[in-house]
Ligand binder design. Sequence first.
Ligand code: GDP
Ligand code: IMO
Ligand code: MG
Length: 425
Amino acid sequence: MAGRVDVLLGAQWGDEGKGKVVDVIAPGYQAIARFQGGPNAGHTLIFDGIKHVLHTIPSGVFRKDVWNLVGNCVVIDPVVFLKEVKSLADAGVDVRPRLLISRRAHLILPTHRALDAASEADKGQSKIGSTLKGIGPTYMDKTGRNGLRVGDIERPDFMDRYHTLVAKHERLFGIYDHKVDWKPMEAEWLQAIAALREFTLVDSEHWMDQQLRAGKNILAEGAQGTLLDIEFGTYPFVTSSNTITAGACTGLGIAPSRIGKAIGIFKAYCTRVGSGPFPTELHDADGEHIRTAGNEFGSTTGRPRRCGWLDLPALRYAVMVNGLTELAMMKADVLSGMPTVRVCTSYRINGKETDRLPFDITTGVAPVYTDMPGWGALDPKLALPKEIEDYIRFIEEAVEVPIRLVSTGPDRTATLLREAQALVR
Ligand code: GDP
Ligand code: IMO
Ligand code: MG
C-alpha cells in the first residue's frame, strides 16, 4: 500500500511547540520533511536535560533511522544552516547521513538579509517585526523569478548568477533611505556555499514519490503558523510563505490525495512575536504571568512574545483552512495555578457578535470571553485534573476536532497522548 503524508503545522501565530511534537511522534514515521519557511523559524526540542533549537533542519534529526528532508519551499541561509549542523555535531549528532536538501530550495543571500533590514527600517512604525533573516526578499526573488536555488551551486556558472543577482540588489538598495552594509557577510556566505556542496542534494519531489510508492509514511513539518500564512494570515503582518496544509503539497511536490492527517499545534493560550493584530492580547498582570511562566521569549530572536487568552474564532479558522483532523494542546502547565482561565468564544465587531475571523482584525474587534475554573499542577504520569478536561472538552466542542495530545512541559517526556499513540499511524 502506498504511504501517506501527515502534516503537522502551527494553528496560531507560530511558536506553538511544533518542534517538540515532531520530536515526540517522529519515531512513527520514516521521514520528516520541512515544507516551508527558513531560519525565521526556531523549533525547540528538550530531552535528557539538553535544549536544541533548530531553524532549517527538520525536527526528526534526533530520532534514529528517520530521514530528514529540507523541502523545495524552504529558503536556506547556508551560514545559519552550517551553524546548526555544527551545533548538532557538538551535541554528538552527525546529521549528514540522513539529511537531504531539495535542489529547488531557494538560497538566502547576504543581500537579502540587508534588504530585509533596509525595508523594515524604512517602514518605521508600520514595520512587520520581521526576524530579519532575509525571508521576505528571498521569496520575492523566487516569485519574481530572479532567485538562486540550491541546485544552482552545482552549475559551473554559479558565481556569475550570484553576481547578477547581487547587482540587481545593489540597484534596489537605492530605493531605501537606510543603508545596510552586507559586504562583511559575503566571505562567510561563500565559504558556506562551498560546504553545502558536501551535503546530499536531491530532486525532492521524486524522492518523496519513491518513498510513498514504497509504502513509507512521512511527516511534513510546518514552520510559523496559520495566522502568519501569506494568504490567510493577518496580512501584511505575516511571513512570505504558505504555512497551511496546502503548503505541504507545493512545498514538497506531493498531491493533495497523499495527505493523511492534518495535525494542528496550538498553545492553551495565544502568543505572537512581531507586529500585527492580536485580539485577545493581554497588557496586564495575567499577560505578564503567562510570559514569565511560559518563558515566552523568541527562540530565534530572543524578543519577548506578546501573550493573550486562547482565541477560538482564530483556532476554528485554522481548523477550516487546514482541514485539521486532530489537535495537540501545548503548554497546559503554564496556566496551572491561575484561578480563572478565559477563552475567547466570539468577537464583537461594530456592535455585532460573530464567531468568524473576518478580513480585517486590525481595529474594533472586542473579544467575548467565557471564564472557566483554572487547574493545579499537571503530572503527565497521572490523569489530568477535571478542570483541564473540561477546558479540553469545551475547545473540542467549539472547533469540532479532537485534542489528541496534551503537553505539560517542554521536555519530550512531559507529553500525554489521549487515546494512546493516537497521533502516530
Ligand atoms: P515551535 O516554533 O512551534 O517549534 O515552538 P518554539 O520552540 O519556538 O516555542 C515553544 C517553546 O515552548 C519552547 O521553548 C519549548 O521548549 C516550550 N514548550 C513546548 N511545549 C511546552 C509545554 O508543554 N510546556 C512548557 N512550559 N513549555 C513548552
Ligand atoms: P516558528 O516556526 C513566530 C513572525 C515574525 C514577524 C513575521 C514575519 O518558530 O513558529 P519574517 O522573518 O518571516 O519576515 O517575519 O512573522 N515569525 C514568526 N513568529 N514563530 C516563527 O516561526 C516565526 N517566523 C516568523 O516575528 O512578525
Ligand atoms: Mg519557534
